[in-house]
Design a protein around this ligand. Sequence first.
Ligand code: UDP
Length: 256
Amino acid sequence: MSSHYSTVPIMGIHFIDTTLDGFLRQTIYPALKHEDKCFIVTANPEFLMTTRDNPKFKAIVQSADYVLPDGIGIVNAANMLGTPLQERVSGFDVSQAMLEHAAQNGYRVFFIGASEDSNEKAVHNAMEKYPGLIVAGRQDGYCDVFSEDKVAEVVRSEPDIVLVALGMVRQERWINDNIDRFDKGIFIGVGGTFDVMSGNIRRAPDTWIRLQLEWLYRLIQEPKRIIRVLKTAQFMVMHVPLVHRIKRTFSKKSRT
Ligand code: UDP
């Protein structure tokens, strides 16, 4: 399905080389219009490290239609390996653009995941921000979202877009297990997106993102993420060969 994109492989996962705008125009909008079905993964370094440790998860990610580089660490690694990606395309940004488009075109959106409080506030805020948005349904992520009853409820709602915010592994497994039951729909794992949409977690300001310090901003709000940050550091050390890091450092110095 991703044949019209070139891809960049990192640790056996093929990232599509596109921009947010390009992905929306070439893939999302046409897929919604033609009622196609697709499975989108948004992966960061910590996500890749998890695929290394969990072969079943890796196989699910490899079976997705599109894997987007959701993390500056992926873009940096691709650069340093000499196979650059055009830009970071985050699950948060893709989901917000899809919500706007859905509200304008009458597409139905189902929201699965996060705490009941975050889920409810995220949906409420989305309806305020994107007037006309049709909410096919919502479910928090702490009930048994894999149960027949819960899955059947999502299927019955005939969604065009299913945002799955159950955290990595669980959200991709939910999509993989259930996508065949739907006739159409864009299925995307969006991690902590509802926590941000609800206002319970603040997204890093643009300056922090530009300085590539988004991970630090998040760590300050959720110190328990330290293990995840260490996984990201391990990814950089392990994956980007030392020689590339040294070369890059020197070429930067000689340019200044
Ligand atoms: N979550 C959930 N059910 C669970 C575990 C997690 O709904 O059993 C939610 C959690 O409340 C949060 C999101 O999944 O809203 C995970 O966000 P995170 O940023 O940790 O995503 P990840 O980096 O794991 O993809």
